[in-house]
Design a binder for this molecule. Structure first.
Ligand code: ATP
Ligand code: MG
Length: 588
């Protein structure tokens, strides 16, 4: 992994966070010996898989570090032992790297990894808690959780001081040590901050003697059974930031009300000489809400647990692993994040913006291919049954240097069902049989010959099972004769004899409502029953060489990827990444 991996992004537009960083750079706010003036971090809790909202946070944090010659740390906020697992740590590491970012920086002694865990700071966090107790800024509270909740008050009512609030410091310290030593049960005592004498009357609930340590006799995925007390998020986060010399601690708006405690804690501990100055500053931006998507780990987990999807990496999931399997590229996701920008107020981004980004990324680079998704047999009656004529087409229309692909035409070819109509509707220029005195339509089999429709066969149920036509031998694409034929219809096809039969998964949006979980709505009621349709398709024969994660544009259909899990050598399975045009809401 090298640092220049972080430089592959589109040129970033300015936004309020970048303005803050630039002003700080100009003023030298975070000038510290031996440290870059901009250090950011991305701090996931390893309790689930990352989703598209996290991708935004990753792009913001790593992007700013990249663009202002700083660095960005990946830090696991792993202070809740009961919900966290190594599996999540591994997938998060993988997802951030896949998105194209790196926490490795060249240093004096070779490459330096800025991969951190809040649990690495447990000793320091503990020592600082003892300091706060000794300095009169924290006390052990022995109220029951119910009493504590009742005495906290609410937005309209001030809280009540705990009867333990004035417990002597020495007593709190001894009890805190006993908490650590495992002398108490879960919930029996808790360590709380005492910010000021009248903190329980603060209009900000987060300032009303917030809990900073609690008892949890639980196994931690990294520290094992070494601890039975664990620091709270609001306590751990600012301290971790300060220990890592973060300059700009960027998070989402819901943490705005936590900022006063963040600042108070770092200031108070600075007086104890714990940190390099200046301490980090927190800035908030609006989280990403994407239409037709839910981005809450809890809700995503419910989709997995209830087997609505096949797993976290189901191509319908807005997780990074899901988007990856669906065929999204890191470049497309970065482009999307760049395009939606950063703002200070909540809003919804249209899912079409994400789809537009992947189309834009793939159009210039995806090789073209042909796939017939809903096959109907076309029989060219005047074509020699044993003949096979090679046809060719560019791998990419704008990249002649990529050369041509070839595929044969034979007497029977697969065409799309929708390219034939027994009785053509107005403006239908594809295949239809003679209508009374009128001859059947003439169309070009793209890259092949012009054919004229002569008839069709139906089965006992009246379903059209084959279409008949004759071809014009002098009409082959790329030959002089081709120009003598002017036809309005142009359809794609693959030879029945040569086609590769393949499973193709046509994915669509997972929800039918734009804001499936807005206002506490039951998002499960808005599931799209047609979010996955699996078809047996016929592909041009060269597709047998497609390897996992290889992407194509199937002409007229959209962008597809060879599924990274289910594809086998010679037997790819394809996922539709996105259609060619935004057809959502219109008849498809
Ligand atoms: P979730 O609500 O899905 O569980 P979270 O915020 O609890 O997400 P964390 O692991 O704590 O998940 O998030 C890591 C970082 O990603 C945080 O800084 C958080 O603010 C940011 N983040 C999470 N969701 C979004 C989002 N939708 N848009 C932007 N940033 C987000
Ligand atoms: Mg969180």
């Amino acid at each position: 992994m090298s640092n220049d991996k972080n430089s592959a992004a589109p040129v970033p537009a300015s936004n309020f966070l970048r303005n803050i960083v630039e002003a700080d750079l100009a003023a030298g706010t975070h000038q510290r010996d031996g440290l870059p003036p901009v250090i950011t971090r991305f701090p996931p809790e390893p309790n689930g898989y990352l989703h598209i909202g996290h991708a935004k946070s990753i792009c913001v944090n790593f992007g700013i570090a990249r663009d202002y010659q700083g660095r960005c740390h990946l830090r696991f906020d792993d202070t809740n032992p009961t919900k966290e697992e190594q599996e999540y740590v591994d997938t998060i590491i993988d997802s951030v790297q896949w998105l194209g970012f790196s926490w490795t920086q060249p240093g004096d002694q070779g490459d330096q990894e800025y991969l951190h865990y809040a649990s690495d700071y447990f000793d320091q966090l503990y020592a600082m808690a003892e300091y706060l107790i000794t300095a009169g800024y924290a006390y052990v509270d022995s109220q029951s959780p119910e009493e504590m909740a009742a005495n906290r008050g609410n937005f309209g009512a001030v809280g009540k001081n705990s009867p333990f609030r004035n417990r002597p410091r020495e007593e709190s310290l001894q009890m805190f040590r006993d908490m650590k030593a495992g002398k108490y049960k879960d919930g029996e005592h808790i360590l709380r901050a005492k910010i000021s004498e009248d903190a329980m009357a603060s209009p900000n609930m987060n300032m009303r003697d917030p809990a900073i340590y609690r008892i949890r006799h639980a196994h931690h995925h990294r520290t094992g059974d070494a601890w039975c007390i664990y620091p709270m998020y609001d306590y751990t986060h600012p301290i971790s930031d300060a220990l890592e010399n973060i300059s700009h601690s960027i998070c989402t708006l819901e943490f705005q009300d936590h900022r006063p405690f963040y600042d108070w804690l770092l200031e108070t501990l600075s007086a104890g000489g714990f940190f390099k100055q200046p301490v980090p500053k927190q800035y908030e931006f609006a989280r990403l809400n994407l239409t037709y998507v839910v981005t809450s780990k809890r809700k995503l987990r419910q989709l997995v647990d209830e087997k609505i999807v096949t797993g976290w990496d189901d191509p319908r999931m807005p997780t990074i692993v899901g988007l990856r399997r669906r065929g999204y590229t890191p470049e497309a996701i970065q482009l999307f994040c760049e395009r939606i920008g950063v703002s200070k107020s909540d809003g919804w981004i249209d899912y079409g913006v994400l789809e537009g980004a992947v189309r834009e990324d793939l159009d210039p680079k995806a090789p073209r291919g042909i796939a017939v998704l809903r096959p109907l047999k076309l029989i060219i009656d005047n074509f020699d049954a044993s003949a096979s004529v090679e046809c060719s087409s560019p791998v990419h229309p704008h990249h002649p240097e990529l050369g041509n692909r070839t595929f044969p035409i034979t007497r029977e070819v697969w065409i799309e069902e929708e390219d034939f109509m027994e009785v053509p509707s107005k403006g239908f220029f594809r295949l239809y049989p003679p209508q009374g005195e009128q001859p059947g339509s003439k169309v070009r089999l793209k890259y092949g010959y012009v054919v004229e429709c002569t008839g069709f066969d139906k089965d006992a149920n009246g379903k059209v099972v084959a279409v008949h036509c004759n071809y014009f031998p002098d009409s082959k694409s790329g030959t002089d004769g081709a120009n003598n034929y002017k036809v309005k219809g142009n359809i794609h096809w693959v030879s029945v004899a040569a086609a590769l039969q393949a499973e193709v998964r046509l994915y669509d949006r997972l929800f039918t409502e734009a804001q499936p979980d807005a206002g506490g709505k039951d998002f499960m009621a808005a599931l799209n029953p047609n979010a996955l349709e699996t078809v047996t398709a016929y592909l041009e024969p060269g597709m047998k060489d497609a390897v996992a994660d290889q992407r194509f544009q199937f002409e007229r259909h959209g962008y597809f990827v060879a599924d990274r899990i289910d594809s086998q050598p010679g037997k790819p399975v394809f996922n539709r990444i996105v259609t060619l045009k935004d057809s959502w809401g219109s008849a498809k």
